[in-house]
Design a protein around this ligand. Structure first.
Ligand SMILES: Nc1ncnc2c1ncn2[C@@H]1O[C@H](COP(=O)(O)OP(=O)(O)OP(=O)(O)O)[C@@H](O)[C@H]1O
Length: 243
């Protein structure tokens, strides 16, 4: 069994089948790109994996355990973390305090515990945010807010990260910088699935690409082969996006 496996994953919203019998596996240390036109089901795959949505059919395994029906905090405790499309830092707290929040024990009553200042510094430093620990998120440029979201996810000490549009809204220099950070995380052993519409950043980073369209896998392969794949091109041509 692979490190991470979706087997026949299906998610229905009433009559709409958002993810349709999708199987996908990721090996430890791999970075897999999950791409597809708008509405093809990418975020739904992440939401099912993190138990934000209940799965209609199929199963999800991570590191040898079935995690399909766990609660979200149990999925996180198992070593999976997700960076959402939307940033949601708490603006009334500093960058450091926002990161620390993700290191607290999982209890609404816990006000003690969590990572030390040194540990918080190290999580921030992995995203080049160590000089911004005392700033408030609403004082930061967009790219720093997005990197803060990655640092928050890292603070749960995951073995695998699901990254939903990490490059959105970034300029080329910022994308290059973030690609470098993800490569450093990979070198330290992190496994990742990355969803993004920025093909330049994504294709450079990933080992393998899985393409979904209408919730179904239509292609999988290395980035070069996927860029040349006619079925993939047609799927994107049928949507309003360019590949
Ligand atoms: N909570 C929900 N309730 C009803 N329908 C939903 C829900 N979440 C997603 N969908 C539908 O499921 C389909 C897949 O949506 P999803 O957001 O997973 O696509 P996506 O590939 O992530 O799109 P994008 O690239 O635009 O983020 C869409 O038709 C969407 O409208």
């Amino acid at each position: 069994m692979s490190f991470f496996e979706l087997d026949g994953l299906t998610k229905r919203f009433g009559g709409l089948v958002a993810v349709d019998d999708l199987s996908l596996s990721v090996d430890r240390g791999e970075i897999v790109g999950l791409i597809g036109p708008n509405g093809s089901g990418k975020s739904t795959v992440f939401n099912c994996t993190m138990s934000r949505y209940t799965v209609s059919d199929g199963s999800i395994h991570f590191d040898g355990d079935e995690i399909t029906d766990l609660k979200t905090h149990e999925v996180v405790e198992n070593g999976l973390a997700r960076v959402s499309q939307e940033s949601n830092p708490i603006d009334a707290m500093t960058v450091g305090a926002n990161i620390k929040l993700f290191t607290l024990p999982n209890s609404v009553t816990s006000i003690r515990g969590g990572a030390s200042d040194d540990e918080i510094f190290n999580y921030a430093a992995r995203l080049d945010l160590e000089d911004k620990l005392h700033e408030q998120p609403d004082e930061l440029p967009h790219a720093d807010v997005r990197r803060l979201e990655v640092a928050k996810a890292l603070a749960t000490d995951p073995e695998m990260m699901l990254l939903d549009e990490p490059f959105a809204g970034m300029n080329q220099q910022e994308i290059d910088g973030l690609v470098e950070k993800f490569e450093e995380l990979r070198d330290a052993g992190m496994t990742m699935i990355v969803v993004d519409h920025n093909m330049g950043g994504l294709m450079r980073l990933v080992d393998r690409v899985v393409v979904i369209h209408n919730g179904t896998k239509i292609a999988a392969g290395d980035p070069e082969a996927i860029a040349e794949n006619d079925q993939v091109r047609r799927a994107y041509l049928g949507s309003s996006e360019a590949m």
